[in-house]
Design a protein around this ligand. Sequence first.
Ligand SMILES: [Zn+2]
Length: 231
Amino acid sequence: MKSLFSLRVPLWTLALWVMTSLLNLTQAQTIIIDPGHGGRDPGAVRPGVMEKQVALATSRYLASELARRGFRVVLTRQTDVFLTLAQRRDLSQRYPGCVFVSLHYNAAVNAEARGVETYYHGAASRALAAHVQGCLARLRGVMNRGVKRRGYAVLAKNTASRAILVEAGFLSNVWERQRCLDPNYQRAVAMAVSDGLEQHLRGSMRASTPLWAQRTAPSPAVLATFRGRIR
Ligand SMILES: [Zn+2]
């Protein structure tokens, strides 16, 4: 009897761990998507295009792709409205633990400038920026400008668990401008950003699993082999 009683403590601990794990699995990760500019702020303006429009169109593709993958998606703006940088950034306060992704298109005085780049500010966001940039850089014909640290107003002081800003192409480059306007390219950008987010978030979920749980919980493949042997 004494040994049975002493067994109850670890059983309760295990039950509690299972319940917490199930709760974590059912709570979808919130991703805030921030389409750059809007309203009286058009962002970069070049012949036939305003940055605020392409940023919103791409963000809509990104939102539906992430929702399809089971994420909870929140947009800072869904229409052509003006928001201050603080209003965008402070939306993170309403969703503790959220991930913040600001989406922009680039412009430069040098018309030759091209490629995609991803910005972060806090060290905790660096790995996510690298995953997203890695996926964007794999898109056909895209030049990789790398991951950069910058104290942009939407990134610095953002309370999201991770916050990044994607510059998905140069509107100031004649060739890239045509591509940025193409819905197929916008969809490809949305897929790449989703892949990067998913890769990073799944990876960090594995990393946060306690070591003892990793050792004792067999993978589905291992369970299948075991069942096969006893039959
Ligand atoms: Zn911008």
